[in-house]
Design a protein around this ligand. Structure first.
Ligand code: CA
Length: 450
């Protein structure tokens, strides 16, 4: 990735339809100058706090405040190490705060952090919030969910797609805060291409939208529109949890940047992580033991103690071949930049992000249903704007202009959702049950309980 590639982003953190407070937090820190970017990179964070009262809110807030402070001050060697230490520091800060007050004890939060740096995209995470990359016609999940469901699948005790217990899907196995130390996953650098879009989100989104749906929306729409439609859909399908979405888009190379000689020099002077090509004490000792045993075996063969000498020489030769193979693969890994610094550029799941007819039909159905209820319950709707957008959406559908159809349909839905929120607010303020019956009709089949 190059400094000249402008990064744009959109963020939304929404309370959802059923919770009383928003325990999600996020933070975005774009580097103000080239020097900072070369050393660190642009930083994006989403954290999803857990615990009663204001506890989860506090935990996620400490995470998104501590990580940037620690990261941009770090003297650690390499972005990965700086990010790792920043997340560990956030864990320590939350744990310490939790230990000071009995009400805050064992408070916790998930955390996903993305760094867009000269090396590429580097992720750090704990818990089941996610980072996706949307590129061309596919969506890839770059983070491994630290949930019981995913851990059971990894252990081979559950087939992909099977559900162990409905609750297990949302039980997380790691979080920041409850313990004094935490195991953080650092992945990357993943290559970054112009036009790549990254999505950071809490499980309030992924509990209601499937990966291909997130992919279609993020691929087709500008970032502000896509983040709004993602949140609206999560809410219309039940909004069982707080929903936070950060969408970042990596810009194209500018013509001057791709041709300028200065920029080429810049690339060669970019910071690169240093990798040690040493074998480590264990393997070095094993090597010398095998050599000594081989010599003893050779001496015994010459004495001539054929049988024991042959066994010793054979065993040590096999050991040396194994060591040699290990050494060669280690050298190859170091040469390609994947060394024992745990550089892992694996993606965990991939799905098509091509817009399907079913998805577009589903959007139209949601719009129709909302429209009907808005009329029945006399929501306060900006009807002229709605009429214009829905007419444009229908025209685009007829002309098979998928992108425009989704965009206009998304805007029409957004106008109606505005009316829905105003209606709910009015109901709450007049002390009528805050649980509007109208949203029930729009809930999907597989929605989670609140
Ligand atoms: Ca959540």
């Amino acid at each position: 990735m190059r400094w000249e590639q402008k990064v744009q982003y959109a963020t939304i953190s929404d309370i959802g339809m059923r919770r009383k407070n928003n325990q999600d937090s996020y933070s975005v820190q774009l580097c103000s100058d080239l020097e900072v970017w070369r050393e660190y990179g642009h930083l994006f964070i989403v954290a999803d706090g857990m615990g009663g009262h204001a506890v989860g809110e506090l935990a996620s807030k400490i995470a998104v405040d501590t990580i940037p402070l620690s990261f941009f001050k770090s003297r650690a060697e390499g972005v990965q190490q700086a990010l790792l230490e920043a997340i560990e520091n956030a864990n320590a800060a939350i744990f310490e705060r939790g230990s000071q007050n009995v009400d805050f004890k064992r408070m916790g939060t998930t955390c996903v952090a993305l760094v867009l740096s000269p090396l590429g995209a580097i992720t750090g995470h704990v818990g089941d919030s996610r980072i996706y990359r949307v590129r061309e016609d596919r969506i890839e999940q770059l983070t491994f969910d630290h949930s019981l469901q995913w851990e059971l699948q990894r252990a081979g005790r559950l087939k992909p797609g099977d559900v162990f217990l409905p609750e297990a899907k949302h039980v997380i196995t790691r979080s920041l805060g409850p313990e004094g130390s935490v195991q953080v996953d650092i992945n990357g650098p993943h290559p970054v291409l112009p036009g790549d879009r990254f999505v950071l989100c809490s499980d309030g989104l992924t509990g209601h939208l499937k990966d291909p749906e997130i992919g279609m929306i993020v691929r087709e729409l500008p970032i502000t529109e896509s983040s709004q439609l993602l949140v609206n859909l999560a809410n219309l399908r039940g909004g069982s949890d707080n929903v936070t979405v950060v969408v970042a888009e990596v810009g194209e190379m500018t013509a001057s940047a791709s041709t300028s000689v200065d920029s080429d020099i810049e690339t060669s002077t970019l910071p690169r992580p240093r990798y040690r090509a040493t074998m480590g004490p264990f393997w070095t000792l094993a090597f010398w033991v095998a050599v000594v045993v081989l010599c003893i075996g050779g001496y015994m063969l010459a004495t001539p103690n054929y049988i024991p000498g042959g066994i010793l020489a054979g065993a040590s030769l096999i050991s040396l071949i194994v060591l040699l193979r290990h050494w060669l693969s280690h050298r190859k890994a170091v040469a390609s930049g994947f060394s024992d610094v745990t550089i892992n550029a694996q993606t965990y799941r991939m799905a098509s992000a091509r817009t399907s007819k079913e998805f577009m039909a589903g959007l139209a159905k949601i719009e129709g249903e909302l429209h009907r209820i808005a009329n029945e319950e006399s929501w306060d709707i900006d009807w002229p704007t709605h009429s214009t957008t829905i007419a444009a959406a229908r025209e685009a559908i007829d002309k098979k202009q998928t992108r425009r159809a989704m965009s206009e349909m998304g805007k029409a839905i957004d106008v109606l959702v505005g009316g829905l929120h105003a209606h709910r607010k009015r109901l709450r303020s007049t002390h009528i049950s805050s649980q509007s019956g109208s949203t029930e009709a729009l809930r999907g089949k597989d929605d989670r309980p609140a």
